[in-house]
Design a protein around this ligand. Structure first.
Ligand code: ZN
Length: 172
């Protein structure tokens, strides 16, 4: 049993009908794989729980996957990390975004790493293959919000924070 490969297969199945918002409508699974790639190959992190949580990070928020299902397949520790980076979709979008900024300093180290990689990947995507319907102001607002979230978790991994700052430096 290789849990990381199992997580990739699980997430690929859960996201199988989803596409990113870029012009090419890229397969959604490219995004969680990009997070794990940033953590492992740019952040030099090898902790299996962090890499698996990165692969699974959008399954509860963006698919019908439940926390119980993740617990059953991947255990409580990984499920807890995923829940820490999952927005409550019952709340208004503006409130969800405000809570991400407010909560960032208080989540676990593992969740901070996943969140940092998520923001790095999203800024890169907006720079290189942006959502087709986003006007300039929306892209800029996303960059500023992502920086506010990351500013709240600084100290967790200076190398990845430096990479984030490089991505932020290309703010449209
Ligand atoms: Zn994400």
């Amino acid at each position: 049993m290789n849990p990381l490969i199992k997580a990739i297969a699980f997430a690929a199945d859960k996201h199988r009908n989803q596409r990113r918002k870029d012009a090419e409508a890229s397969p959604y699974i490219n995004h969680p794989i990009a997070l794990a790639n940033v953590l492992a190959n740019e952040g030099n992190l090898s902790e299996e729980a962090v890499l698996i949580a990165a692969i699974l990070h959008d399954t509860i928020e963006d698919t019908e996957t439940t926390a119980d299902e993740l617990r059953q397949h991947f255990g409580n520790a990984i499920t807890t990390i995923v829940l820490e980076v999952t927005d409550d979709k019952l709340l208004e979008k503006a409130e969800r975004k405000r809570l991400q900024v407010e909560h960032a300093p208080h989540i676990s180290r593992e969740a901070k790493l996943v969140k940092l990689a998520d923001k790095i990947c999203n800024l890169r995507d907006i720079t290189t293959s942006p959502p087709t319907k986003w006007p300039l102001e929306r892209k800029q607002a996303y960059f500023d919000w992502a920086k506010a979230v990351v500013d709240g978790l600084r100290g967790v991994n200076p190398a990845l924070e430096y990479i984030f700052d490089g991505a932020f430096g290309r703010r449209p």
